[in-house]
Design a protein around this ligand. Sequence first.
Ligand code: ZN
Length: 114
Amino acid sequence: MSNEMFGPGTPEELARQWQELEDDKQDALTRIRSEKYNFKEGWEKAILTCRNCSKNDAVVYDPDRAERHARGEGLVQDIWAEAPQAYREKMIGLRTGMWVCEDCWENICEKQNT
Ligand SMILES: [Zn+2]
């Protein structure tokens, strides 16, 4: 291994590079946590059925936020600002009863593109 791989190699430079790696790791962890969206105390569970393929999928949600959404106090992207898009789709489905699973969304998008 040559020193060139690590840039100039001064202690300050190495410390900065190390910090960048740490920041990336934190970003990745944050993303993974929000995608999992694990059950929290006081949350409720609902079953959504895909309108296209009739597949069922369970979803957990914060009833307070769902109520705010149902009252029209904000858009789904405001109320679930930190949630991934697939989760927001489920929250819309919960309110409207219209939900299409991710597999079907992909199929629909593919068809539209061809
Ligand atoms: Zn489906």
